[in-house]
Design a protein around this ligand. Structure first.
Ligand code: ATP
Length: 361
């Protein structure tokens, strides 16, 4: 069932077009991550859904109930939307329990709701603490509990983990995801961290200059980005220039098939390869040979930077391998490619000029 529907929502602040014709749909119980660079309109989108911003145009409805359109405007407090602003922000003069009880009716305060919420976010017994007596992660959990306490129909989280260190961030991500799934909440989370978006969400919306440029499940978004900007934003990408003919490109790696949906024929195309698509081994018998420039170890995997001996019409190649890299800088290796590749027509100089003018506007 469609939970949230946005149609052509636009919002301008003086000269800045913060949202431009944003359309989105989200099913009940799903989590949508809104991903994009700073200033692309993520918070404005969330605030528009919560009712803290008044869009200039478009329509927003939840569970089929119109929140806003040309004729209707539902006040924020009537929307039953739980909002966790950036960095949580608790009321500093209230205990944890009173923070959580803040938006509840008198009857709800007398019920077990507050202690249920404390248990839900793993903070049993800490209701009488003051916010300054909590760690950053605990404060975020209380902010989440406060947003969930009135049983909202939709939960909005604005960069909920941005103030936390890497370890706590990873742990809390998992806890929040589990908590939201446990109560079947529909949620939207703003982030500018692609790993966070891909690992937590059922669907990801990528925004750029106020526009929603792609909405997809994490796997499709990573494998089949709508354009080169999205490709580079959601992960490492190696690019080559090559013509596409009959759905294939001929490269030093051999004949590669372009993914479905890409142009079958295109004289000037940019080909995008993910680090997982390269296979590195001994130089013998491989279509392309090269030299290891450097390796970056991430614990669970590693990135190897390679330079091919023959010019490939590309920058240095980045290859992802599981665990520690078996190669060191200076080693000679063979490089092959597996799987379909994405091909994007290169914009003509006129297209690029038009794009620049549109962004400036
Ligand atoms: N109240 C406001 N008045 C004027 N301009 C605003 C206002 N709120 C947002 N903007 C502008 O609208 C654009 C989108 O802002 P928004 O906060 O939605 O971006 P964001 O993607 O959430 O950024 P960040 O990741 O840095 O939080 C920015 O250019 C911002 O400066």
């Amino acid at each position: 069932m469609t939970k949230l529907q946005l149609s052509n929502v636009s919002k301008r602040f003086q000269a800045v077009q913060a949202l431009k014709d944003v359309s989105l749909e989200l099913d009940a119980g799903q989590m949508l991550a809104v991903l994009g660079p700073s200033g692309c309109g993520k918070t404005t989108l969330l605030r528009s859904i919560a009712g803290f911003e008044f869009p200039d145009a478009g329509a927003i409805s939840v569970d089929g109930k119109v929140f806003m359109n040309r004729r209707t405007w539902v006040r924020p407090e009537k929307r039953r939307v739980g909002y966790v602003p950036q960095n949580g922000v608790l009321f500093p003069h209230l205990t944890v329990a009173k923070n959580i009880a803040f938006g509840l009716s008198r009857a709800e305060r007398k019920s077990s709701r507050v202690s249920d919420m404390l248990a839900l976010v793993g903070m049993d017994g800490l209701g009488e603490r003051m916010p300054h007596e909590l760690s950053g992660g605990q404060q975020q959990r209380v902010a989440l509990a406060r947003a969930l306490a009135p049983a909202p129909s939709l939960v909005l989280l604005d960069e909920p983990f941005s103030a936390l260190d890497a370890g706590l961030r990873a742990a809390l991500r998992e806890e929040v995801r589990t908590t939201l799934k446990a109560i079947g909440a529909t949620a939207i989370m703003v982030t500018h961290d692609q790993e966070e978006a891909l690992s937590m969400a059922d669907r990801v919306a990528v925004m750029r200059h106020g526009c929603c440029v792609q909405v997809a499940d994490p796997v499709s978004l990573y494998k089949y980005p709508a354009d080169l900007g999205v490709a580079r934003f959601v992960g490492e990408a190696t690019l080559l220039q090559a013509p596409v003919a009959n759905g294939c490109i001929d490269t030093l790696f051999g004949r590669l098939k372009v993914a479905s949906g890409c142009p079958e024929n295109c004289r000037r195309a940019t080909i995008m390869l993910r680090p997982e698509q390269f296979v590195v081994g001994k130089p013998q018998g491989q279509p392309v040979s090269g030299r290891v420039l450097k390796t970056i170890y991430h614990g669970h995997d590693a990135l190897i930077y390679l330079r091919a001996d023959a010019p490939l019409g590309t920058e240095d190649i980045r290859v992802r391998v599981m665990g520690a890299p078996a190669f060191a800088p200076g080693d000679r290796v063979g490089i092959a490619v597996s799987g379909d590749v994405m091909a994007y027509p290169q914009p003509s100089p006129e297209d690029e000029r038009a794009g620049r003018q549109e962004r400036a506007a």
